[in-house]
Design a protein around this ligand. Sequence first.
Ligand SMILES: CC(C)(COP(=O)(O)OP(=O)(O)OC[C@H]1O[C@@H](n2cnc3c(N)ncnc32)[C@H](O)[C@@H]1OP(=O)(O)O)[C@@H](O)C(=O)NCCC(=O)NCCS
Length: 209
Amino acid sequence: MPSAAPIPPEPGGAARAYARPRPELVRLRDGAMVTIRPVAEDDEGSLRAFLGDLCDEARRLRFFSAALDTVAAAHDAAETSAGSRGLVAHDESGMIVGHAVYVPLDPRRAEVAVEVADHLHGRGLGTILIERLAVTAEQHGITYFIAEVLCENRPMLDVFREGFDARMTSREGTQERVEFLTSGWRLAQGRFGSARHSGPARRPPPQSR
Ligand SMILES: CC(C)(COP(=O)(O)OP(=O)(O)OC[C@H]1O[C@@H](n2cnc3c(N)ncnc32)[C@H](O)[C@@H]1OP(=O)(O)O)[C@@H](O)C(=O)NCCC(=O)NCCS
């Protein structure tokens, strides 16, 4: 996903009622447990390792280039200013295994992107990260998520469509633009939530890198 120039959402409004999400322990489809929590500035090193470990194909699908500058990308991912919000998922050893972010385009719409460690694809983590991020966005008055996705990226398009009822709004060259309501997190939770166990994380896992 190419990065858009961030526009901070309007001050006040729904954001006034916002409570920073607490770390949450979630069981994935295969029984593995992950902790999901807001990204922090000191995650930069762990995010660099996480992005560096993705295979070239995953990096190309996510950033539209396999030749990614992981230092700059990790710095951006750990950034919490300018209205952007991110979530990370840790495994039980404390290693980051997933990351999702939204960047406001205007007060009501934000661009969203997600990436999951290669060995955890298909276990529900991408869906859960978008779902939790949509909850946060909704609390900040963001009503629509927009995503620029390569047309060949069926896994991503399927997650958006099947989980959140996303619709394609335009197609340009090799890219599709999809959008969905942030309130669609309720759909995803209704579709997949009962298969998961979740609760508060008792203690943060150690940072492994
Ligand atoms: C695209 C990507 C983020 C998807 O993440 P993921 O964790 O593999 O996706 P999920 O496991 O949540 O969803 C995969 C499937 O499981 C389904 N699913 C999700 N949660 C489920 C649950 N609890 N129970 C049953 N099915 C579930 C989804 O509907 C989807 O169905 P499908 O296999 O029929 O398409 C991942 O493949 C990735 O990191 N790709 C590389 C980076 C990238 O392309 N990013 C997108 C940039 S815009």
